[in-house]
Structure formats: C-alpha cells, structure tokens
Design a protein around this ligand. Structure first.
Ligand code: IPT
Length: 265
C-alpha cells in the first residue's frame, strides 16, 4: 500500500516539513510513501509520471499549480485519487489548503495597532498561486485601514532572494514595517538589515509567513503567520485515504493565525 507525494523543491523548508509530516502520518496509517520532487526545470506532469510509474495507490500533489494545470494533472492521474495542496482555490480538483486571509488580516491589524502606516510587502514568486493569494489578502487587509502597500518586492522563496530584495531598499528607502511571504525570505531580509545596522524591531518591524520549525530560533525570534504544517500533513493523508475509500468530503480550509514573537514593535 503506497501513497505518492509530488512536491516542490525540498531544499525549501515548508515543503520539506510538510513532506516529513505526511510521511509520519502515512506510516502510522500503514502506508509506504514515495516522493517525487520537482525542480525549477521539470514540468509538474513529469514529476507526477514518476509517481504513476511506481504504481502508487493515490497521489498528494504539493506543487504550485494554476487551475488549468491542476485539471490536467487530475486527468493524468486517471482513476487514481489525487489531492492538491497548493492550487488556485477555483481549481475543480480535490484540495487541502490553508486559508491565508485570516492570518493576513491579523498581521496587518497588529502592525496598524502599533502605529505603522508605511507597510511594505515582499511577495513570493508571481507564478505561485499561493504567493498571489497572500499578496491579495494583505492588500485587502491594508485597504480596510485605507492603506496600500508602501512598496512591493518579489523573491523566489529563498533566503538569498529575501536578502537581495532588501538591498534594493537599503539604506534609506525602508518602510516602517514589512510583510514577508515566507520565513526563509525573512531570514535573508534580517541578514541584510543587520549588515546595514538597522535594528529589528526598533527601526523596522517584520512579519514572516509559515512558522517553520526554525522560525522561533531566529535572532530576534520571528513574528510570523503560522501555517500548521503538521496539521496539513495529518489532514491531507486522512483525506486522501478517505478518497481511496470512495468518500467525498468538502475541501477543508485550514486556519492561519499570527504568532507574536519579537520582530514587531
Ligand atoms: C509554501 C510555503 O509557504 C512557502 O514558504 C514556499 O516554501 C512554497 O510553499 C513552495 O512552493 S506552502 C504551500 C503548501 C502553499
């Protein structure tokens, strides 16, 4: 009995921690897990084919997909159940995803309550639907306070890209606060700020996104929007097993929420 996981690059912390949680839950349910990893060059369909060639019983797809791409992958899987973890929510496929709006609103409300008006954003790559959703949710939450993003930057989820993005604002074009689309980019951003003698949170407030296992160990510990990656692992495995058993359940929307640590003031 085998489950397949098609995943984004496991050099990224969130997909790695999601894969780990999925593996644990699958093992507990008596399933072997086969992993196929995509990289920047590979097409999603090739990654999925790798799994199908290994005769998995069902597939978990943690690849960033637009609705049309997801529909194609679903077709490619034929009669094998597939569950999508990172798709445009309008995609006509079974999904198990976080709802980013709640965490985004809490983060923006928190910054505004601290008195910040100049709030910038550092987005994930525009080709990722979840990156676009996070940006849209921040914009909506800012608009509730009659604000627009003070600046809009983009990275590729890596720490290096967060570092590079901040260099475009340093030394003197910094906002009062920055919303960062994942904790890894926040790590790079913090490094750039530190090198330029900008104090966090005295000179700039930062809020990350993910709450990976490392985020509490940053210096200072990172305030962030939490996605419970263990919970995603658990629920996605339980769902795909339910699909295998022929059940159809409504798509669960997992909650996100703000975790206050020490990078805002
Ligand atoms: C998403 C992470 O939040 C982000 O940090 C990055 O690692 C990305 O994955 C890679 O695709 S989590 C996903 C289930 C939306």
């Amino acid at each position: 009995r085998t489950l397949g996981l098609a995943t984004s690059d496991l050099a990224l912390m969130a997909p790695a921690q999601i894969a780990s949680a999925i593996q644990q839950r699958a093992a507990a349910a008596g399933y072997h897990l086969v992993i196929a990893m995509a990289n920047a060059q590979s097409a999603a369909s090739d990654t999925v084919n790798e799994l199908l060639a290994q005769r998995v019983d069902a597939l978990l797809i943690n690849l960033p997909l637009d609705a049309a791409q997801a529909a194609q992958i679903q077709q490619q899987c034929g009669s094998k159940p597939a569950l999508f973890l990172d798709v445009e929510t309008c995609a006509p496929v079974p999904q198990c995803q976080y709802q980013s709006s709640c965490g985004a609103r809490q983060a923006v409300d928190h910054l505004v309550a601290l008195g910040h008006r100049e709030i910038g954003v550092l987005n994930g790559p525009a080709r990722s639907a979840s990156a676009r959703a996070r940006f849209a949710d921040w914009q909506r939450a800012l608009a509730q306070h009659q604000l627009q993003p003070y600046c809009v930057l983009e990275g590729d989820w890596s720490a290096a890209s967060g570092y590079q993005a901040l260099l475009t604002l340093l030394p003197d074009r910094l906002p009062q606060a920055l919303l960062v689309a994942n904790d890894q980019m926040a790590l790079g951003a913090m490094r750039a700020l530190h090198q330029h003698g900008v104090a966090i949170p005295a000179d700039i407030s930062l809020i990350g996104y993910d709450d990976t296992a490392e985020s509490a160990w940053y210096q200072p510990p990172l305030t962030t929007i939490r996605q419970d990656l263990q919970q995603l692992g658990r629920i996605s495995v339980d769902r795909i097993l339910a699909q295998l058993a022929g059940e159809t359940l409504p798509a669960p929307l997992l909650e996100t929420g703000l975790i206050l640590r020490e990078t805002t003031a």
